[in-house]
Ligand binder design. Sequence first.
Ligand SMILES: [Zn+2]
Length: 170
Amino acid sequence: MAAIHSKGTKPEMIVRRWLWSHGYRYRLNVKSVPGKPDIVMRRFRTAIFVNGCFWHGHLVALPQMYDGRCKMEDVIENSACCKIPTTNREFWVKKICRNMERDQENYRILRQNGWHTIVVWECQLKPKLLEHTMQQVERQLNQNFLSIYQRKSTIYTEPEEEYLMAAEED
Ligand SMILES: [Zn+2]
């Protein structure tokens, strides 16, 4: 099952390194932000999740999730980057569904609290795609920043100074 990574954080590192080298500063593991995002950018009021394609069911269609639940009797299909093992399939389906539900719930809570979320998928970080992917992230960050200013009179308060954090090594 080559698609399975340990909770090791290589994809996260790629994103952090790109952001850092482009002058963005962020915090990691901010407990006060719901869903424990991988990267928190207060200035943009944005939580970034770097999701493994297998664990988070990238491109897996779950039409039954409109009500926020996924039912075991429903079939879920493999996607190009989330191939569910045939052995113990039911176990994996259940696990991946649970992760997807949890993700949606976290994004919802973040939205309710005025946070933007950006999800970066592992498969979008391949060397050939990385620059394009991160430019999209950057565009999204700019949009988020603008929308914060537009709401300024209601909820925006000046962000506190962000901690400076050295980019980690591998
Ligand atoms: Zn993917």
